[in-house]
Ligand binder design. Structure first.
Ligand code: UDP
Length: 244
C-alpha cells in the first residue's frame, strides 16, 4: 500500500445506512459491506486512528415509521437498534479484513457489545482498534448525524468524514437536477444559512463550535475514502469561513 500521509491523526467516519444496501432497496448487501470494510481497512493500515458511527436508514428510519402512524419515540428506538445491526455487520466484515474493532452502544446491551464509555473508547483508539459507536445518542428525535458529531468532539477527532452515496454537497439534488453544482468548500455558516441538506443543523453547529472540519464524500466509490483523506478525490469540505 502506498503511504497516504494523511494530515489527520484521528478521524470519525459516519457510514450512512443506505450505503450498506448497495443496489438493493433494503438491508445489508454482503458484497457492498465487504467492499466498504476493505476501504476502511486500507485507511487503518495507514496508521490513522478511526472511529465509526453507523446509520440505520437501510433498515429503519424513525421518521418514516412515524409517518405511517407509529409513535415517534418508539420508532426512533427501533431506528437506533437498526444502527446496532449495521455496527455488528461492519464489525464482522472489518474483523474478516484483519482490523481489530470494538462496538460501543449508547443503549447498553451487555451480551452484544460494550456500553459507551468515553475513556475506554479512547484507550481502544490508542491501541489501534477501530471503535464503532452504535445506537446513536441513545435518545429519540435525532438522526445519527448528531451522535457522529458528538463522538467526533468527545474523541478529539481532527475531522468528521461523512460517507454517503453522493460525492459531496451540491447546490441542488444532483439525482434530480442535472444543473446542480458541487461545492468544493463551504463554511459552517453557509451550510446553515442556505439550509443545505448535508447534515442536521445540530451536528453542523457542534462541529462549528469545536472547529472540526466535515468532509463529505461518496463511500460507494471504491478507494475514495483513502483518496479523500489525502486531499485528492471528489469531495466537499465544510469548515470555518477563514479556511484556506
Ligand atoms: N436515531 C435516534 N437517535 C439517535 C440516532 C438515531 O432516534 O441518536 C434513530 C432515528 O429514528 C433514525 C434512525 O435511528 O432515523 C437511523 O439513523 P439515521 O436515519 O441517521 O440513518 P442513516 O440515514 O445515516 O442511514
Amino acid at each position: 500500500m502506498t503511504d497516504p500521509r494523511p494530515p489527520y491523526r484521528r478521524i470519525l467516519l459516519k457510514v450512512s445506512g443506505e450505503v450498506l444496501m448497495g443496489d438493493a432497496p433494503f438491508g445489508i448487501d454482503m458484497a457492498t459491506l465487504d467492499a466498504v470494510a476493505a476501504d476502511i481497512a486500507a485507511v487503518v493500515e495507514g496508521g490513522i486512528e478511526l472511529c465509526l458511527v453507523t446509520g440505520g436508514g437501510n433498515i429503519l428510519r424513525g421518521v418514516s415509521m412515524a409517518g405511517r402512524g407509529m409513535e415517534r419515540a418508539s420508532a426512533d428506538y427501533m431506528g437506533m437498534l437498526a444502527t446496532v445491526l449495521n455496527a455488528l455487520a461492519l464489525q464482522s466484515a472489518l474483523e474478516k479484513a484483519g482490523v481489530h474493532t470494538r462496538v460501543q452502544s449508547a443503549i447498553p446491551m451487555d451480551a452484544v457489545c460494550e456500553p459507551y464509555i468515553r475513556r475506554r473508547a479512547l484507550r481502544h483508539l490508542e491501541k489501534g482498534r477501530v471503535v464503532i459507536f452504535a445506537a446513536g445518542l441513545g435518545a429519540p428525535f435525532f438522526t445519527t448525524d448528531t451522535p457522529a458529531a458528538l463522538r467526533a468532539a468527545e474523541m478529539g477527532c481532527d475531522a468528521l468524514f461523512k460517507g454517503t452515496s453522493v460525492d459531496g454537497v451540491y447546490t441542488a439534488d444532483p439525482k434530480r437536477d442535472p444543473k446542480a453544482k458541487r461545492y468544493e468548500r463551504l463554511s459552517y455558516h453557509e451550510v446553515l444559512s442556505k439550509n443545505l441538506k448535508v447534515m442536521d443543523a445540530s451536528a453542523i453547529a457542534l462541529m462549528r463550535d469545536n472547529a472540526i472540519p466535515i468532509v463529505v464524500f461518496s463511500i460507494r466509490e471504491r478507494g475514495a475514502f483513502l483518496n479523500v483523506l489525502t486531499g485528492a478525490g471528489v469531495h466537499t469540505v465544510i469548515g470555518p469561513d477563514s479556511l484556506p
